[in-house]
Ligand binder design. Structure first.
Ligand SMILES: Nc1ncnc2c1ncn2[C@@H]1O[C@H](COP(=O)(O)OP(=O)(O)O)[C@@H](O)[C@H]1O
Ligand SMILES: [Mg+2]
Length: 242
């Protein structure tokens, strides 16, 4: 479904990705794990069309080259991103945030209503909070809203940037259950996480990104038990080291 071939990304003179290859097959949950600064968010931004003037790279989605497309066009193709740090609109209500997620298709009234029902069934708490301003939600609820907003574009591929950050373990567990459910219902998922344990626990396959290079790839299960991965990313406080 998604194929990154030899993708390079730099910010002015800093080279961040050194030619990475990543594949996501339809129906999978794929994760990219790595320490802070490894280039995980940059990878997702590159796919989403949020890196201006990317070097010639190949990013194919459903067989079509999408590298260099504007962010809006990438959403239209069927890819949406729930960004790092739950970037919701704090001064808009929950409902207005969800409308923003569907802005490309607001005229399709019937589909919009169905999608709202769908995200409210996934996140019942958002239904209860639909008239509240984004900034009045708890951290976990804001993360749910960020994911729900991305789902309002009805993506074929949902990209999630660190949905676990800063949340209590129970809330993280809840959010990951919902991610699995979304996947089971037919949405392919590309997840980046510093929290390797939880990410590899849900992923069919995973990649380890280190200083802008993919240094390992395997099934989620194998990576979870791999001694090198355990030492570098699953020991106490490992995620903080670079
Ligand atoms: N807008 C930017 N301008 C310059 N450097 C950046 C920018 N965004 C990220 N970087 C740098 O790129 C590297 C990778 O960042 P990022 O992709 O955010 O890593 P991760 O998401 O894995 O923590 C880091 O060294 C970071 O400081
Ligand atoms: Mg990041």
């Amino acid at each position: 479904m998604l194929e990154l071939t030899n993708v390079f990304i730099n910010y002015s003179n800093i080279q961040v990705l050194h030619g990475i290859n990543v594949t996501v097959n339809e129906g999978e949950i794929v994760t990219i794990i790595g320490s802070n600064g490894a280039g995980k968010s940059t990878t997702l931004k590159g796919i989403a069309g949020l890196i201006p003037k990317m070097k010639p790279s190949s990013i194919k989605f459903m067989g079509e080259e999408i590298s260099g497309l504007l962010a809006e066009k990438v959403v239209e193709k069927g890819i949406s991103l729930s960004p790092e740090g739950r970037r919701i609109f704090p001064d808009l209500t929950v409902m207005e945030n969800l409308e923003m997620g569907a802005y490309l298709r607001l005229k399709e009234k019937a589909a919009f209503g169905q999608d709202l029902d769908w995200v409210f069934s996934l996140f019942p708490i958002l239904f209860e909070r639909k008239k509240q301003l984004g900034k009045t939600l708890s951290g976990g609820e804001q993360q749910m809203l960020a994911i729900a907003r991305a789902l309002m574009a009805r993506p074929k591929l949902l990209m999630l940037d660190e949905p676990s950050t800063g949340l209590a373990p129970l809330i993280v567990k809840n959010i990951f259950e919902i991610i699995k459910q979304v996947n089971t219902e037919g949405t392919t998922v590309l997840l980046v996480e510093q929290n390797a344990k939880i990410a590899l626990g849900v992923a069919d396959r995973g990649y380890v990104l280190k200083n802008g290079d993919i240094v390992m790839e395997d099934t989620g299960k194998n990576l979870l038990t791999n001694p090198d991965v355990r030492k570098a990313y699953l020991s106490e406080g490992a995620a903080k080291k670079s």
